[in-house]
Write a protein that binds this ligand. Structure first.
Ligand code: URA
Length: 285
């Protein structure tokens, strides 16, 4: 039998190359999943018994979303279309969590962010929740997704060295991300995904109640400091993060370790920022 392979089907080779370039570089499961069949099954289950069977050539609902006569259907194994209702549900769940364990449980049970369905693990946090310093990055990468812990890959190792330079480690700092699920192929999270996840990280900060917050990179700074300014302008200047309960936490926006790995000349800027952080922690202790 002639099994299709990139060798005898050059278009497969091109498709694989396209996937690699788009960041689709690993299988999520051993077996492929037929989402069309799942969707058809869900629609059949939702259809009243008296409703006629759709004709066999009818396109799956996902392709007719824009038809006014056919509102979009939601499949069971993918997140509902991200919308304000999901962000509202996230806000409710987050505000009901009275400690970090409850928050982690609420996030693990939340199906409103589609990133959850392509990620292997929820990446909640690492470090000491009683620490005076909390650092917040953007979103987990591949290594973090596999381990379920933030900043364990190359940029995490650099972050550990930066912390060590100011006399800290993961026992004396708490680390989390704005987005707790890895975006596929490490793509940038969409504004919608960020808005849906925002209540969780805001509540996490509120529950940890650190003396000082460090925003690692532009997305963390913009999301948690409510600004549109770029990180090169923001970094090095103290800002304030306001919690929902009205507490003000001094926040230092700084360069993301992944950026520093690509732009080592800017490590000196990050160094200055962390010296500021060290002095602030000392003044508040
Ligand atoms: N980059 C981030 O922003 N967070 C991680 O956890 C890892 C890399």
């Amino acid at each position: 039998m002639n099994i299709p392979s990139p060798q005898n089907r050059p278009e497969l080779h091109e498709l694989l190359a396209f996937y690699m370039e788009a960041g689709v570089d690993e299988a999520l499961a051993e077996e492929p999943v037929d989402r069309f069949a799942e969707m058809a099954q869900a629609q059949a289950a939702a259809r009243p018994a008296s409703a006629p069977e759709p004709s066999p050539d009818r396109r799956p609902q996902a392709f007719v979303e824009n038809s006014p006569a056919a509102p979009p259907q939601r499949g069971p194994a993918t997140a509902a279309v991200p919308d304000e209702a999901q962000a509202q549900l996230a806000r409710q769940l987050a505000s009901r969590a009275s400690n970090l364990d409850e928050l982690r449980e609420a996030m693990a049970g939340f199906d409103g962010c589609n990133l959850k369905f392509t990620a292997k693990n929820l990446v909640f946090a690492d470090g000491n929740p009683n620490a005076a310093l909390m650092l917040v990055g953007e979103a987990p990468g591949r290594d973090e997704d596999l381990e379920g812990l933030p900043f364990v890959g190359r940029s995490g190792r650099l972050l550990d060295r930066i912390l060590a330079a100011i006399g800290l480690d993961r026992n004396s700092a708490y680390i989390a991300n704005v987005i707790p699920w890895r975006p596929p192929g490490n793509r940038t999270p969409t504004p919608h995904e960020t808005e849906i996840c925002r209540p969780f990280i805001e509540r996490q900060i509120e529950l940890v109640n650190p003396k000082v917050l460090v925003n690692l990179g532009g997305p963390s700074a913009k999301t948690l400091l409510n600004t549109t300014e770029g990180i090169l302008r923001l970094r090095g200047n103290w800002r304030a993060h306001m919690t929902a309960g009205g507490t003000t936490i001094p926040a230092m926006p700084t360069l993301h370790p992944a950026y520093l790995l690509r732009t080592p000349a800017h490590k000196r800027l990050a160094w200055r920022d962390f010296v500021e952080v060290k002095m602030k922690l000392r003044s508040l202790s």
